[in-house]
Design a protein around this ligand. Structure first.
Ligand SMILES: [Fe+2]
Length: 293
């Protein structure tokens, strides 16, 4: 069985202090204690922290975690990855404890983005405390979606679709190549492949439960002076209402509401516009690292 959903994101950042207001006060995630030093851990549901940011001298994407069904599926998918000549690393007991999962394996995609396949998340039964957000849409749709920069979208496509079992939901022709939007559950896309120099995280998206959550996030962006990257708009593919902000690291974060669910298999298609309306772009602030320090 292919990958089930986006499970977690691990980011290396220049300063965790800049992420505290961003991830908690602005994005509305719940800060929790975690096992890693110099790190922030955030829950958005009963899963282990979906976002972990760690202070590091080299900032960037540490790993994208995708959930698989169980130990047997992990073994099967790792064998498929190794059959491509890709080296894989089984997670040690200590590394599993850090991630709060029962088992995982790590490897690099063809562009060098670190991927971790895991099973058996260790669940929290403590109620969520989300003062800013009524809830996030997760469950069978996972944490949200990520868009990764890939140097060669065709080899990335072969890897994620041909090996890991993602489905092409739609594509978009860009000046630099073709961007692919891939699904693995009812979320229209869980993974986007963006033709660009990489490896890097282009953006990640969290979907809120209510329209008012999205509106209040816009208010918080204004109040906290979070730099806006793309104004409120509606996407042509997942029909999501959303806006994009610059993270403290300068990459984009999307907060959305109202994405459609894709049930069963549907034919892929190519879009010619990213947005039905809105999503007007603003360049990075002069201090490209984003938030006020
Ligand atoms: Fe997105």
């Amino acid at each position: 069985m292919p990958v089930l959903s986006l499970g977690y994101l691990r980011l290396n950042v220049e300063s965790v202090n800049q992420w505290k207001p961003f991830a908690g006060d602005f994005m509305g995630m719940m800060p929790v204690e975690g096992p890693l030093p110099n790190s922030l851990h955030y829950r958005i549901d009963h899963y282990p922290p979906r976002l972990v940011v760690t202070e590091s001298t080299t900032s960037g994407l540490e790993a994208v975690g995708f959930e698989v069904l169980d130990r047997s599926d992990l073994r099967e998918l790792v064998a498929r990855v190794e059959a491509t000549g890709t080296e894989t690393h089984p997670g040690t007991a200590e590394e599993c404890a850090v991630r709060q999962v029962s088992g995982f394996a790590a490897f690099d995609d063809p562009s060098g983005n670190r991927v971790e396949l895991f099973y058996g998340p260790v669940l929290s039964h403590r109620p969520l405390e989300l003062p800013h957000v009524s809830g996030f849409v997760t469950g069978d749709q996972g944490m949200g979606h990520v868009i990764l920069n890939v140097v060669d979208t065709e080899s990335a496509y072969e890897f994620y679709v041909g090996v890991l079992g993602f489905t092409e939901r739609n594509s978009l022709k860009l000046p630099g190549g073709i961007s692919y939007f891939l699904g693995c559950n009812a979320r229209q896309h869980t993974l986007g492949l963006n033709p660009a120099e990489g490896p890097a995280l282009m953006h990640f998206m969290l979907e809120t439960s209510e329209l008012d959550d999205l509106g209040k996030a816009l208010d918080r962006a204004h109040d906290l002076e979070i730099p806006m990257m793309q104004s409120l708009g509606k996407h042509t593919n997942d029909q999501m209402l959303s806006f994009y902000s610059y993270s403290p690291e300068g990459h984009a974060t999307e907060i959305g509401w109202g994405g459609i669910r894709i049930e069963g298999s549907t034919p892929t298609y190519r879009i010619t516009e990213g947005a039905v309306w809105g999503h007007r772009y603003t360049p990075p602030p002069a201090d490209a690292k984003g938030l006020p320090r």
